[in-house]
Design a binder for this molecule. Structure first.
Ligand code: SF4
Length: 444
């Protein structure tokens, strides 16, 4: 049988496609007619009529090359989903795609594929499907797609066991200015029910979960609901007794520092196998934390690290360096906090700021690191005391900044237009000067 639809699978979009295949199957789509291509060569060999991509903004250069090569070889309708397609649909079409899926794609993709299988080309009926951008007598956008109760779809398909970490929660109320999650998944956290998580965890040897903040399971997001969290962890124990290991609050999830308290750590000791915990700290400077809209301070990070060590966990603490409003003093404060964490026996990971489309900081210019920061990160990395891709990310971040500036489009998110905190570089500089005022905050 000739393959009509093919997925271009990569290590970065594997989870997204396992959820989408689960959702397609649940809605009655025969997913056996979808080929899964793990390389571009395999994709071409399948000679599909419809190809599905999902990618991040950091991948646009490679994806653009692929899609242009694909178009020169076969005549297929190219569909893109993921954060980049959602945040920059016009740019996604410019890259060579025919259709961008904007928002949560589980249902949009089902209706889109059903339509294209029948019509075999972009047609006016697509205007009735929410969550699409395409050109048909001019640019058309049918609105942001939401799947409020995402858990009505399983995390992977029954007939193709492409299993991986299960998404247990979606959305985040904190609204950090650099993060896409709240703007594309909403400010209220939604959760997959416990029985479903247990049912699908049976397919995993190492039970791992995806959540913006794993300890917030069962809550609207900003508060801890200990009973719900414990109920989930308790329900997974029979699977653990069968030999599976349970990882929680660690890769591929992390936890916010104010949720790292004796009560949550005791639950991990009792119910989970990991003795490492990943904490999102992001900065060691209160002014920067405030500008990021993190809604916690440096003291809270220190307390989380101390509790972790006290309870026998190794805290792995994430930082973002090079954010738009850094100065020498904020860099110094972050260095001090990193040093303190390392001295306590914790680990530090440094990431360079990535301006992401669809976030309030999309147009903000990454700040060069102070000499002191460069020296410190280099020394710590050489001594294996610090991890992170910050060196590689500097170049990528600057490329991304130029791309967003040149192709800027106002993104539509879960609640409509996404606010923009840096209209252009001049504004960034102006804000920088204005942010001399936060100096006052320090002195107060
Ligand atoms: S960085 Fe984490 S806490 Fe902040 S908005 Fe994103 S997911 Fe939520």
């Amino acid at each position: 049988m000739h393959t009509v639809i093919a997925i271009r699978l990569t290590k970065n979009n594997r989870n997204a496609f396992s959820y989408l295949l689960g959702a397609l199957e649940k809605q009655g789509f025969d997913i056996n007619e979808i080929a899964i291509a793990r390389s571009f060569e395999d994709l071409i060999k399948t000679k599909p009529k419809i190809v599905l991509y999902s990618f991040y903004s950091t991948e646009v250069w490679e994806v653009k090359k692929e899609i242009q090569m694909l178009k020169s070889k076969i005549n297929a309708i190219a569909i893109a989903g993921g954060y980049h397609a959602s945040a920059m649909p016009r740019h996604t079409l410019k890259m060579g795609f025919d259709i961008a899926v904007v928002g949560e794609g589980e249902e949009t993709l089902y209706y889109l594929l059903e339509n294209l299988k029948k019509n075999k080309a972009i047609n006016k009926d697509l205007l009735t499907i929410r969550g699409l951008a395409f050109n048909l007598n001019g640019y058309k956008f049918t609105g942001f797609a939401k799947v409020e109760d995402f858990y009505k779809y399983p995390p992977f398909a029954e007939s193709i066991r492409m299993v991986g970490p299960i998404e247990i929660s979606r959305g985040c109320p904190f609204g950090c200015n650099y993060c896409q999650t709240p703007f594309f998944k909403g400010f209220r956290m939604r959760h997959r029910p416990i029985d479903q998580i247990v049912k699908h965890s049976r397919y995993l040897r190492d039970m791992r979960y995806i959540s913006p903040n794993a300890f917030a399971y069962g809550s609207p997001g900003a508060i801890l609901v200990l009973e719900k969290l414990e109920a989930l962890l308790r329900a997974l124990q029979p699977l653990r007794k069968e030999g599976r290991r349970l990882f929680f609050g660690t890769f591929p999830s992390e936890v916010r520092p104010e949720f790292v308290i004796p009560e949550t750590l005791e639950l991990l000791l009792k119910y989970a196998d990991n003795r490492k915990i990943i904490i999102g700290a992001q900065s060691g400077d209160n002014r920067i934390l405030k500008l990021m809209h993190r809604l916690h301070d440096v003291e809270t990070i220190k307390r989380a690290v101390e509790y972790s060590i006290e309870y026998g966990f190794t805290p792995i603490v994430d930082f973002i360096v090079g954010t738009p409003y850094e100065d020498e003093e904020s860099d110094r404060n972050t260095i001090e906090l990193m040093k303190w964490i390392i001295s306590k026996g914790g680990k530090v990971r440094a990431h360079y700021f990535m301006p992401l489309p669809g976030t309030p900081w999309a147009l903000c210019k990454p700040k060069p690191l102070s000499k002191e920061m460069v020296r410190f990160l280099g020394t710590m990395a050489r001594q294996s005391k610090l991890e992170g891709e910050w060196v590689k990310q500097i170049e990528l971040s600057n490329k991304l900044h130029s791309l967003i500036k040149e192709n800027y489009e106002e993104a539509t998110g879960y609640y409509g237009p996404i606010p923009n905190r840096c209209i252009n570089d001049e504004q960034t500089n102006k804000n920088d000067n204005q942010n001399k005022n936060p100096q006052k905050e320090r002195n107060n």
